[in-house]
Design a protein around this ligand. Structure first.
Ligand code: HEM
Length: 377
């Protein structure tokens, strides 16, 4: 009797939730999409290992602009080059927002460039772009650093070798020079363990368990599992960053900035009495974490995939390694094509901050609570 009572109650709650979601659907009309189940939405229709493949398949039926329910979260999916370009490039100002990613929010507590929106994002982004450029990013200066670091890579290459870790060391060292003003030896235990953690965090982020955390953070916080290990590892990376910041505070000479941290600390001190300033300690720690994480895995994975393309198509190897002037162009376009062809970054989480139209579909984001108004691309 007790059991059947619980079942009836659960059934009633589910029916109410379904009715509530139907009401919302009529109130905030969004692009078409498959009907979802209460609580879990369309999760059963999305392959947890390769979600973008399911989305491509679903878009054959619902078109390039469609709505999916990932658990409670309603998301608009933009599929294909033309649609993504129309939204994120042609209407860049409307789609400038960043959607809430529970995993990142947990690690950064909402601070830092990569997860923020509005004025915080604007201040940190402008400062970061200018500072990185001043240190040579995207310019000749950076090319020289990269060439110098690649010499260290070459001395560690012994045939046969596993490119995964080695490439991460090389790429990360270039970012470490920019951010911490120093490179680390490829045998430095601390450095190697940080790189391992970064790789673990990103692996977790794209795993089914990481996906579950993003969809049901409240529940996953309360369940035992690997997510807790990943979060305590992320704390280790943050502790390392805090130690480096402390070292910088003790040795800084504002007239000779050595790296990104020095520049940020100088700005922090200049704006310490400005109440609207986003240049404070928490934003510094999280933005350095963003640069460290976002730069390392993305670039080393791109290079790894490009290497596998070279192995598969040996005929292009000659062009890339040729000593004639277009060499740089060929290598760089090969890296970009490798990135596109291998789908290294199939998703990005953006948010629109007002009613917007993409293709023939009106996206009424402005009517939805801010934390829900993001399309998943
Ligand atoms: C092949 C290499 C890379 C790929 C494929 C890549 C990809 C991406 C993508 C797709 C985004 C999200 C853009 C958006 O939603 O608007 C992003 C953001 C970001 N990336 Fe990268 N990235 C790469 C290299 C780097 C490097 C080397 C750094 C740093 C040194 C970096 C730092 C960042 C930061 C800080 C953000 C957040 C920017 C913002 O919110 O304004 N990335 N990246």
């Amino acid at each position: 009797m007790e059991f059947s009572g619980t079942l009836i109650l659960a059934g009633l709650i589910l029916a109410l939730l379904w009715l509530w979601s139907m009401k919302n659907r009529r109130k905030y009309p969004l692009p078409p999409g498959p009907t979802g189940l209460p609580l879990i939405g369309n999760l059963l229709q999305v392959d947890k290992h390769v979600p973008f493949k399911s989305m491509l398949k679903l878009s054959e039926k619902y078109g390039p602009v469609m709505t999916l329910h990932l658990g409670w979260q309603r998301v608009v999916v933009l599929v294909g080059y033309d649609t993504v370009k129309e939204a994120l490039v042609d209407q860049a100002d409307d789609f400038v927002g960043r959607g809430p990613v529970a995993l990142l929010l947990k690690v950064t507590k909402g601070y830092g460039l990569a997860i923020s929106n509005g004025d915080r994002w604007r201040q940190l982004r402008r400062f970061t772009l200018t500072t990185l450029r001043d240190f040579g990013m995207g310019r000749k200066g950076m090319e020289e650093w990269i060439q110098e670091e690649s010499q260290h890579l070459v001395t560690h290459i012994a045939a046969p070798f596993d490119p995964r870790f080695l490439l991460s060391c090389t790429v990360s060292n270039v970012i470490c020079c920019l951010v911490f003003g120093q490179r680390f030896s490829y045998d430095d235990e601390r450095f190697l363990s940080l790189l391992k953690i970064i790789s673990e965090i990103l692996k977790f982020g794209s795993s089914p368990l990481g996906g579950m955390y993003n969809v049901f953070p409240w529940l996953m916080e309360r369940l035992p599992g690997h997510q807790h290990t990943v979060f305590s590892q992320a704390e280790e990376v943050k502790k390392f960053i805090m130690t480096k910041i402390q070292e910088h505070m003790e040795t800084i000479n504002p007239s000779v900035p050595r790296d990104y941290i020095d520049c940020f600390l100088t700005r922090l001190s200049q704006e310490k009495d400005t109440p609207t300033s986003e240049f404070h300690y928490d934003n510094l720690v999280s933005t350095v974490l963003n640069l460290f994480l976002a730069g390392t895995e993305t670039t080393s994975t791109t290079i790894r995939y490009a290497l596998s393309v070279l192995i598969k198509y040996p005929n292009i190897q000659g062009t890339v390694t040729s000593k004639t002037p277009p060499r740089h162009h060929t290598s760089s376009s090969m890296l970009h094509s490798g990135n596109q062809a291998c789908g290294i970054h199939p998703f990005t989480f953006s948010a629109s901050h007002k009613d917007t139209a993409v293709g023939t579909k009106d996206l009424k984001f402005g009517l939805i609570r801010p934390k829900h108004r993001f399309p998943l691309v």
